[in-house]
Design a protein around this ligand. Structure first.
Ligand SMILES: Nc1nc2c(ncn2[C@@H]2O[C@H](COP(=O)(O)OP(=O)(O)OP(=O)(O)O)[C@@H](O)[C@H]2O)c(=O)[nH]1
Ligand SMILES: [Mg+2]
Ligand SMILES: [Zn+2]
Length: 317
């Protein structure tokens, strides 16, 4: 270290596996630094697909006034929003130190996928982060009894839902009120309008939006890397790439029941206790709750598929 070297604290706003963009506060205002990561830090992150995520606080070393720096260490995280990356068989960090997960879905175009929501909500709950369901593209929605019924069930089990449109602006004031002053991360399938919503909340950002693939009525994976945007008023939003299948991370298959809200009170209460598979056993409280309407049958189906994923048989969405 020489006189020209300085150590600064910064906020990760974007990052691939080894190059990060870190925001620092200088006397001349905010500046972005392109950072590599010190080998020792990388080594401590070997169990992760990527070492750092937007929202991480780091200390960096740079030569004064340089636009490049080296990440020396990462601060202890308050929480972490991640998913399991089945290709690398590792945790993939999507965002760190967040106040709210915005689970974005659409009632149509791409089609409503409640089982995707089940997975993102589960991840938020198990990471101890508040979640809000954003149902975007209401301008395209003229009602569907199945969608309405599922949305009602999410409400019944305690999730808040906002119906919005990035296109017409409907519901955006309500959304703004929910996120002001918070660091939020958006998660949802490709094409549901995550990037469009950020653009609508803060005109002028011009974040890249995609079109839908008309043949398959799904997104085209426009956003390819998580990044954080400051939309003013102390509000930060982390946009993430849409994925086809969200595999929950850090949850043991046999503990899944305890992480699903309306299942949790029944954990361990089956006749066969914690060894019940909740599929065929007599005296299974989970199956009884499904029959009684306390657990929606679609959530039960989701439970079975997520458990199978957690057991390593990926591909059940
Ligand atoms: N009609 C309508 N179209 C919308 C709305 N919001 C977004 N779109 C359109 O949906 C398409 C996909 O939007 P994006 O914002 O790129 O979706 P995304 O969720 O960021 O997708 P990925 O980055 O691939 O994960 C674009 O063509 C948008 O114009 C809306 O409220 N109503
Ligand atoms: Mg996007
Ligand atoms: Zn059971």
């Amino acid at each position: 270290m020489n006189n020209n070297t300085e150590i600064l604290k910064g906020l990760v706003v974007r990052g691939s596996r080894n190059i990060m963009t870190v925001l620092i506060d200088t006397e001349e205002g905010n500046a972005e630094l392109e950072c590599r990561i010190k080998g020792k830090v990388l080594k401590s992150c070997e169990k992760f697909y990527n070492p750092l995520a937007p929202g991480d606080w780091v200390s960096v070393e740079r030569q004064k006034n340089s636009k490049n720096a080296l990440v020396l260490s990462v601060e202890k995280r308050r929480n972490l929003f991640s998913r399991f990356n089945q290709k690398g068989a590792l945790s993939q960090l999507l965002a760190a130190n967040v106040d709210l997960v915005l689970c974005v879905c659409t009632p149509a175009s791409p089609p409503f996928r409640p089982r995707f929501l089940d997975r993102v909500l589960l991840q938020a709950d198990s990471a101890g982060i508040d979640a809000l369901v954003i149902c975007n593209k209401v301008d395209l929605y003229d009602g569907d009894i199945d969608v309405d019924e599922r949305l009602e069930d999410f409400k019944r089990i305690g999730y808040k839902i906002l119906m919005v449109s990035a296109k017409t602006g409907e519901g955006l004031d309500e959304l703004r009120a929910e996120i002001t002053g918070k660091t939020c991360v958006m998660a949802g399938q490709s094409g549901v309008g995550k990037s469009s919503l950020i653009n609508a909340l803060q005109p002028g950002l011009n974040i890249k939006e995609g079109r839908l693939n008309e043949k398959f009525d799904r997104g085209v994976h426009t956003t390819t890397m998580s990044f954080m945007t400051d939309i003013g008023g102390g509000t930060r939003i982390i946009d993430t790439p849409g994925v086809r299948l969200f595999i929950p991370d850090g949850i043991q298959a046999d503990e899944l029941v305890s992480h699903l809200r309306e299942f949790a009170p029944l954990a361990g209460k089956c006749s066969f206790g914690m060894s019940c598979s909740h599929k065929t056993e007599a005296g299974c409280k989970i199956m009884e709750a499904v029959a009684a309407g306390i657990i929606h049958e679609d959530r039960y189906e989701s439970f079975l598929r997520i458990r199978s994923d957690l057991e390593g048989n990926y591909g059940n969405d």
